[in-house]
Design a protein around this ligand. Structure first.
Ligand code: GCW
Length: 861
C-alpha cells in the first residue's frame, strides 16, 4: 500500500526535466495575500479557439491554478460582450480578470476604452486593482503577452495592484533555428546544436508529432518573441516541395495559438535545383515568376507567414553575385513575391568569400570589412519590405567583438541585429556563459553617426533613422532534449533575449532575477548564487579563452569549441590573429592596416585607429602589437594573457562549489541539481584545459615566460607518459598545447586494456584531491578505473558526447580534453596510483596527466 501511494505521489509530482522551463507555474511561498483579492472568473472577450486571446484565457487559468492554487471559471463573451452560447454570465463577473483586445473591449466599454493609453503593435495594457484585472492587447498576441507578463509577476510573488502599458521596442523579434531536414542519417539535426535533434524535422520531413513545436511557441510567446525561422539558413531546397510545405503549414498551425509566425530560410538556387529552370538569376523573369508561385503556394497554406530569411553568397551558398547581380537585386526579388502577402524578407549581411587562400597572405585583406564592402552603395536600393540582418560583430559571434559598422551605413534600409543564444563560440552550452551583459554592451554602444547619439538599439528599433521596421533575430538551437538547450542554466540566455528584444533597457541582473524565481524559486540564497555565477560567467569565459579582442580562439576548423589558436591563421576563413614570435593582432587601422577602423563614423574610427585610445579589451582586434606592448592596465599583452587565463579558470573552479551550497534549497530539486553540478564541474575542468593550452601556446610562440612562473610548471602533476606503462604507449598530441607536456598516452590497440601506474614516493600521507585529465573522443566510450593501492577510487566513462549533447571532435585535442576529479582520497607515502583504461570503438582510452593536490587548501593545478 505504502509503495502504491509513493508511486502515485511520484506520478503527480512534475518532473523537473526542464521542459516547463520558466513556465513551471510553481506555487509561491505565500499565496494567501494574493488569493484574498483574487476573483474567481476569467472573462475572455471575443476569443476564438486556436488564437492568442483564447490561449491567454487558458494560460491564465493554468498559471493561477499553479502559482496560487485556485481554479478559475472561464466566462466567454462574444463580440458584443454577451456570454457566449446564451449562457448566464458568471456570478463574479463584476469582479473578474478580463482579457481581450482593446478593440473587443471598446465595443462593450467605449467610454473606458477611450481613456486607455495608446499602445503600439503587439503592446498590452495591464491593470490590476483590488481583485480586478484588465489585460488588453493592441492585437491578439499583445493580449497574450499581457497575460504572460502578469503571470510572470505573480510567479515572483508580486501580487500588488499596478497599471502598466507596454509596447515592444521593435517589431521584429524573431528566432532563427538552424534545423536541417536531415543529416547523413535520418535525423533532423540542428547546426551547432547541443540540445538534441530538431523538434521540427525528421528523416527529411516535418515530424508527425509536433507537440514540442507547440510548447516552443508557448515559451517564445511568454517572452514576447513573435516569429521563428524553422530551418537552417544553409537551406535545403527540398524545403519547398509540396509535401514539405504541407508539413510547414502544420508547424504554423501549432504556432498560431501563441501568435508566433512561421518564417522560412530559402536556398537562393532553388529555381534551378528544385524548379528545374536553367538559371536562378534574380533578374530573370522566369526566376521571379518561380518565386512568386512558391510564395503564393506557401501563403495559401500559411496565410500568416512572417516571411523569409536568406543567406546568399556566403560560405558556399548561392546568391545573386553568382550572376553579377547586387545583393539588393537578390533581396528585392523575394521582397516582390512577399509584398502582396504583407511578408518581409530578412536578408543576411553575413556575406563573405572564404575560398581565397591568397588573401591570407595580404596584410590588407580582412574578412571583417566584407559586410560594409558588399553593402555600401546599396542603401537606397532595397524595397521597403527588406530588412538587413546583421551579426552583432563583423566576424562571427566571438566572445568580444566591436559592433558591426554596417549598422552605421544603412540609414534608409531597416536593420535587425543577429544575436546568438546558441553558444557557438561561447562554450556550446556546456559552459555557463550568461550573455545578457554582452548583448547590452553591444546594444548600448554609441556609433555616433553624423556626430549624433546613435546607439545600436536605437538604430535597429527604427527610432534613430526614422524607420518602421527593424529589430532582433536570435539564433537558437533548441532540440528534443527536455532541457531545450541541453542545459538548464543556458535557458537564462533565451529568456534574456526575449526580454531585451522587448525592452533593451531591462538590466541583466533584473532579467536574471525574474528567470531564477520562475525557473527555480525566490529563495534568497538560490538567487545570490545563480546571479553571482551568471554575472561572473562571461568575463570568466573571456578570461580563459581569448583576450584583448583576439577572438575566442576555439578550434575554428572543427567544433568551434575547444582551444586551438593556430587554427585561426593560415587558412582562408579570415578569423586571423597574425600571431608570430614577436607580435600579435590584426592591424585594422587606416594608416597601416586593413582600413576596417575607417568603416566606423569618424568619432568611433578615430578611437579605434590608435592603440592608446582603443579599449584594452579590443586592442588586438584593431592593432598588431608586440607581446611586450604595455596595456593601460600596466601589464604587457603576454602577461595579461597569462594572468587572465589563470583568473578565469580560477573563477570557473568556484562555480561547482557555489552550486553545491544550494543543495536542498527551495526549487533546487535533485534532478536539476545533479544535472547542473555535472556541467559546472565539467566546465571547471575544461577551463583548466583552456588555461593551459592558451598559455602554453603563446609561451611557446613568444618565448616570454610567465612572471609568476606558473606556465609550464605544474608541481602537482604526473604526466601519463612519465608513468609506468603497460598496454599504453605515448602519443604526440596535435595541437601540441592540448596536452600537458605535449604528450598523452593511448592503448596499444583498440582492444588492449592499458595500465599506467606510479609510486607516489614523494607524497606525505594525507587527504588529497586527485584530478585526472583524459580525452573523450566522439568515436567510442572508453572506461577508466582509478586505484590507489588496492582501493578502487572511482570509474568514469568517455560518454560526454551524450551528456553534453554532442561530441565536438573525433580527435585527441583541446575539444575532447576533459578532467575528472576525485575529492578526499586517502593516500599514503609510497602508495601506488594506477589507472586501468579500457578502449572502446576507436577511442583508445587516452590519458594526459594526473594531478594530486592536498585536499581543502584551495589548490587546483
Ligand atoms: O559561424 C558560422 C557557423 C555556421 C553558420 C554560419 C552562418 C549556419 O559556423 O554553422 O551556418 O556561421 O551564420 O551562416
Amino acid at each position: 500500500m505504502k509503495s502504491l501511494l509513493l508511486l502515485a505521489a511520484i506520478g503527480l509530482a512534475a518532473a523537473e526535466d526542464g521542459l516547463a522551463a520558466w513556465l513551471r507555474y510553481a506555487r509561491i511561498d505565500n499565496p494567501k495575500t494574493c488569493l484574498a483579492k483574487l476573483p474567481s472568473t476569467i472573462i475572455t472577450l471575443n476569443a476564438t479557439k486556436g488564437l492568442p486571446v483564447y490561449t491567454a484565457g487558458e494560460e491564465l487559468g493554468k498559471g493561477i491554478d499553479g502559482i496560487l492554487g485556485k481554479r478559475l471559471e472561464i466566462d466567454e463573451r462574444d463580440e458584443n460582450g454577451k456570454p457566449r452560447g446564451g449562457k448566464k454570465p458568471a456570478k463574479d463577473s463584476n469582479n473578474a480578470i478580463t482579457v481581450g483586445t482593446v478593440a473587443a473591449y471598446a465595443k462593450a466599454n467605449p467610454k473606458e476604452a477611450a481613456k486607455l493609453p495608446k499602445l503600439g503593435d503587439d503592446g498590452y495594457y495591464l491593470s490590476v486593482s483590488r481583485g480586478k484585472a484588465l489585460i488588453l492587447g493592441q492585437n491578439e498576441r499583445g493580449t497574450l503577452y499581457g497575460a504572460f507578463r502578469w503571470l510572470q509577476l505573480l510567479g515572483q510573488g508580486n501580487c500588488s495592484d499596478f497599471t502598466l502599458a507596454s509596447t515592444p521596442d521593435a517589431p521584429i523579434r524573431w528566432v532563427n533555428q538552424w534545423d536541417n531536414l536531415q543529416d547523413g542519417g535520418t535525423h533532423g539535426s540542428v547546426e551547432r546544436g547541443y540540445g538534441g535533434d530538431s523538434i521540427f524535422f525528421w528523416d527529411g520531413y516535418v515530424r508527425p508529432d509536433l507537440t514540442r513545436a507547440r510548447l516552443y511557441a508557448r515559451l517564445l510567446a511568454s517572452i514576447g518573441l513573435n516569429a521563428v525561422v524553422v530551418n537552417n539558413v544553409n537551406a535545403d531546397p527540398r524545403t519547398l516541395t509540396p509535401e514539405l510545405m504541407d508539413g510547414l503549414a502544420r508547424i504554423a498551425d501549432e504556432f498560431r495559438p501563441y501568435g508566433v509566425q512561421l518564417a522560412l530560410a530559402l536556398n537562393f538556387a532553388s529555381p534551378q535545383t528544385l524548379g528545374g529552370l536553367d538559371t536562378f538569376d534574380p533578374l530573370e523573369p522566369s526566376v521571379q515568376a518561380w518565386w512568386d508561385n512558391i510564395t503564393n503556394e506557401l501563403y495559401r497554406r500559411i496565410p500568416d507567414m512572417a516571411g523569409y530569411l536568406v543567406k546568399a553568397n556566403s560560405e558556399g551558398q548561392p546568391g545573386p553575385m553568382t550572376y553579377n547581380r547586387t545583393l539588393a537585386d537578390g533581396a528585392n526579388m523575394f521582397a516582390r513575391s512577399l509584398k502582396p502577402h504583407g511578408g518581409i524578407i530578412l536578408f543576411r549581411a553575413f556575406v563573405y568569400d572564404h575560398r581565397n587562400l591568397n588573401q591570407t597572405l595580404s596584410w590588407k585583406a580582412d574578412r571583417a570589412r566584407a559586410a560594409v564592402d558588399y553593402f555600401d552603395g546599396l542603401d537606397d536600393k532595397f524595397d521597403d519590405n527588406v530588412v538587413v540582418q546583421i551579426k552583432y560583430g563583423p566576424i562571427d559571434f566571438q566572445v568580444r567583438e566591436p559592433v558591426s559598422p554596417l549598422f552605421a551605413h544603412l540609414v534608409k534600409t531597416p536593420t535587425a541585429i543577429e544575436l546568438q543564444i546558441t553558444q557557438e563560440y561561447l562554450g556550446q552550452q556546456a559552459h555557463l556563459v550568461y550573455l545578457a551583459p554582452m548583448w547590452k554592451e553591444l546594444l548600448d554602444f554609441d556609433l555616433r553617426v553624423d556626430g549624433k547619439p546613435s546607439r545600436t538599439r536605437d538604430i535597429i528599433n527604427g527610432s534613430r533613422f526614422n524607420r518602421k521596421l527593424g529589430g532582433y533575430a536570435g539564433v537558437v538551437n533548441v532540440g528534443t532534449n527536455t532541457t531545450w538547450l541541453g542545459s538548464h542554466l543556458a535557458m537564462s540566455n533565451l529568456y534574456a533575449y526575449g526580454r531585451l528584444a522587448w525592452n533593451p533597457s531591462e538590466t541583466s541582473e533584473g532579467i536574471l532575477s525574474e528567470w531564477i524565481s520562475l525557473t527555480f524559486s525566490s529563495d534568497r540564497k538560490v538567487h545570490d548564487v545563480i546571479t553571482r555565477m551568471s554575472m561572473l560567467s562571461w568575463p570568466a569565459y573571456e578570461n580563459y579563452t581569448g583576450n584583448l579582442g583576439i577572438q575566442t580562439l576555439t578550434d575554428i576548423l572543427l567544433g568551434h569549441y575547444g582551444p586551438n589558436p593556430a587554427s585561426q591563421d593560415g587558412n582562408p576563413w579570415g578569423q586571423w590573429t597574425r600571431a608570430d614570435e614577436d607580435s600579435i593582432g590584426m592591424d585594422r587601422t587606416v594608416w597601416n592596416g586593413t582600413g576596417f577602423a575607417g568603416q566606423y563614423p569618424p568619432e568611433v574610427a578615430e578611437l579605434y585607429e590608435h592603440p592608446e585610445t582603443t579599449p584594452d579589451n579590443l586592442l588586438l582586434w584593431f592593432h598588431h602589437v608586440p607581446y611586450t606592448y604595455v596595456l593601460k592596465s600596466g601589464k604587457t599583452v603576454i602577461q595579461h594573457f597569462y594572468d587572465a587565463h589563470y583568473a578565469g579558470a580560477e573563477t570557473a573552479q568556484t562555480f561547482p562549489q557555489l552550486w553545491q551550497t544550494l543543495k536542498g534549497r527551495k526549487g533546487i530539486d535533485k534532478e536539476r541539481y545533479e544535472h547542473v553540478l555535472f556541467r559546472l564541474t565539467y566546465q571547471a575542468g575544461h577551463a583548466i584545459v583552456w588555461r593551459d593550452s592558451i598559455c602554453n601556446f603563446y609561451f611557446n610562440k613568444s618565448g616570454i615566460p610567465d612572471e609568476l612562473g606558473r606556465v609550464g610548471n605544474y608541481k602537482y602533476r604526473i604526466e601519463a607518459e612519465a608513468m609506468q606503462l603497460d598496454g599504453y604507449v605515448p602519443y604526440d598530441v596535435s595541437p601540441f598545447e592540448a596536452a600537458s607536456g605535449t604528450k598523452a598516452v593511448v592503448t596499444k590497440t583498440n582492444s588492449t586494456v592499458g595500465t599506467v601506474s606510479a609510486v607516489l614516493k614523494d607524497l606525505k600521507t594525507g587527504l588529497y584531491d586527485v584530478a585526472v585529465n583524459y580525452y573523450d573522443q566522439a568515436i567510442g566510450n572508453s572506461t577508466w578505473d582509478l586505484y590507489i593501492d588496492r582501493t578502487h577510487v572511482g570509474r568514469w566513462k568517455g560518454d560526454l558526447e551524450y551528456i553534453l549533447g554532442r561530441a565536438p571532435s573525433p580527435y585527441i585535442d583541446g575539444q575532447t580534453a576533459a578532467r575528472v576529479t576525485f575529492p578526499k582520497v586517502q593516500i599514503k607515502k609510497g602508495s601506488v596510483l594506477k589507472i586501468v583504461g579500457r578502449p572502446d570503438g576507436e577511442e583508445p582510452a587516452p590519458l594526459d596527466y594526473v594531478s594530486i593536490f592536498p585536499h581543502g587548501k584551495g589548490i587546483v593545478d
